[in-house]
Design a protein around this ligand. Structure first.
Ligand code: MN
Length: 503
């Protein structure tokens, strides 16, 4: 469902006519070589396309407008091989709507000590050419990422790759449709928000549906389709005898399959990338969608429970950011604590809807009671999550702006099996510790719902927030609550002044 190869990043080199055609030809050759090295880099998951060297304000402006109108162009990498007087960039950069990364590099890695002359120096000027370009970016108050180092270095390519992934997620949000079945869980505050503001800032559109529209799609699933999907379940999961054909709970599995078919058809027909459900609005559905949600998330859909469209969109963005990387992404909720001398821990889970992309081993299918929602026992997959470093991220509407907050955590094995817990789960130690992390999270107003991933990093999210012009707060091993609280106060001021009276 998610194909990053559809996106391209344009490699854009700045120069000027002062150097004469011969030098400019050499600049173009070098530039082409760097673009193809980045294109071939395994760290960069999209096509990197060389664009002709820019030497006039007109050409720069044209290129920026072309980037804006090229749907699969996710962003620009800019580099000033030589000196490119930056007034030439004002018109173009002011119009540019796509994210850009300023690559501060140099064609040749080392100075040839015994050979260097003024010709060499004139051709290796990015040390000052890029500063001139950097000034205009700062003067125009443009959000961008600056990456410094030689273009062949693995670290440089990896930093570019991280930004590229964030740019793909950003491109994916533009014009994205999110389906909402029912409204928010009644009385819940943090899952609310301004959808007009979200569309203006983030580019995605939230479409509301009565659950009856979904029920209709579910009822349209044929028995043959249901039978085929149940067979897929039997092939993919550990399935107890009671759930197999002839077993006492087999009908519940068939009903779950029917819900998956209906939901999948609905989302696919409407070209949706993410969705929400709510257990308070299930009229006409026999079960709360559990397995269906788990499997749709696995296939790349964003999801938020209880009408949480912001988390749904965030989960989708995180799915795009780490497409093709090992690790997985899930909707998650901080559920229960384990206060313990060896480190206070969080048991993360949800009522049903945890994505199997984070599962350790083969998930087990089961039909068990759900003590909420008042419906028939829903089918779901149950598993322990993988262990290792992970991130929880949450997005809130703070009134005048959106805020993205993330916490780096370490997922560890549970101390004993949890035979009676009927949901997928992950146990983690927040960094730097629960005491600091939870206090900072709560001061930030962070939600109980998160996007959770082993593959997405703080760098991905930071780059993404930069593109979105959104506040980003990271809680990790360096966090101190007092400083964090100060940052919250300063940010309140900054975003208030920065926003002013703009739309
Ligand atoms: Mn919830």
């Amino acid at each position: 469902m998610i194909d990053l190869k559809q996106y391209e990043i344009w490699f854009v080199t700045g120069s000027q006519h002062l150097y004469g055609p011969k030098t400019l030809e050499e600049v173009a050759v070098h530039s082409r070589e760097i673009a193809s090295a980045l294109d071939a880099s395994t760290s960069i998951p999209v096509q990197v396309k060389f664009k002709p060297v820019l030497t006039t304000p007109e050409a720069i402006r044209e290129l920026c407008l072309e980037a804006n109108s090229t749907k699969n162009c996710a962003g620009l990498i800019t580099w000033m091989h030589t000196f490119s007087p930056a007034k030439m960039w004002i018109a173009g950069l002011s119009l540019l709507k796509k994210p850009f990364l300023h690559l501060h590099t140099q064609y040749g890695r080392e100075i040839p000590w015994s050979e260097i002359d003024m010709n060499f120096m004139n051709l290796h000027q990015s040390a000052h050419g890029d500063r001139e370009f950097g000034f205009i970016g700062s003067r125009l108050r443009l959000n961008r990422k600056v990456v410094v180092g030689h273009w062949r270095d693995a670290e440089v390519q990896s930093e570019i790759g991280t930004w590229v992934r964030a740019a793909c997620a950003w491109a994916d949000w533009q014009g994205a449709k999110i389906a909402r079945f029912g409204d928010n869980m009644r009385d819940v505050a943090v899952t609310e928000g301004d959808k007009v503001e979200a569309q203006l800032r983030f580019g995605y559109d939230v479409y509301g549906y009565g659950v009856g529209d979904l029920v209709k799609a579910v009822n349209e699933a044929s028995d043959a389709e249901v039978e085929q999907l149940v067979q897929t379940y039997l092939d993919e999961y550990e399935v107890p005898a009671a759930l197999r054909p002839g077993g006492e709970k087999h009908a519940s599995v068939c009903e779950g399959a029917r819900i998956e078919i209906g939901l999948r058809n609905f989302l696919s027909a409407g070209n949706f990338k993410a969705f929400t459900t709510t257990f308070e609005d299930l009229y006409g559905l026999k079960q709360l969608p559990g397995l269906a949600v788990q499997r749709l998330m696995r296939d790349g859909y964003g999801f938020g429970a209880e009408g949480d469209w912001k988390t749904s969109a965030l989960v989708r963005a995180m799915k795009v950011m780490c497409a093709g990387l090992p690790g997985g992404v899930s909707f998650m909720e901080d559920y229960t604590y384990h206060f313990d001398a060896s480190g206070d821990k969080v048991l993360g889970a949800h009522m049903l809807e945890v994505c199997e992309s984070i599962a350790k081993g083969k998930p087990r299918l089961d039909v068990l009671p759900l003590s909420i929602g008042g419906k028939a026992d829903p089918v779901r997959v149950i598993f322990d999550a993988n262990t290792g470093p992970a991130i929880c991220a949450s997005i809130m509407d703070m009134g005048q702006r959106f805020r993205l907050v993330a916490n780096v955590v370490d997922v560890i094995p549970t101390e004993a099996p949890l035979p009676k817990l009927p949901v997928a789960r992950a146990l983690w130690l927040p960094r730097p510790n629960l005491k600091t992390a939870a206090a900072a999270w709560i001061y930030a107003g962070g939600a109980h719902h998160t996007g959770f991933s082993y593959a997405v990093t703080a760098e991905h999210l930071g780059d993404f927030a930069e593109m979105a012009g959104t506040e980003f707060l990271l809680i990790d091993e360096n966090t101190c609550v007092d400083e964090f609280k100060e940052k919250l106060r300063w940010n309140d001021l900054y975003y208030h002044l920065n926003r002013g009276l703009q739309a």
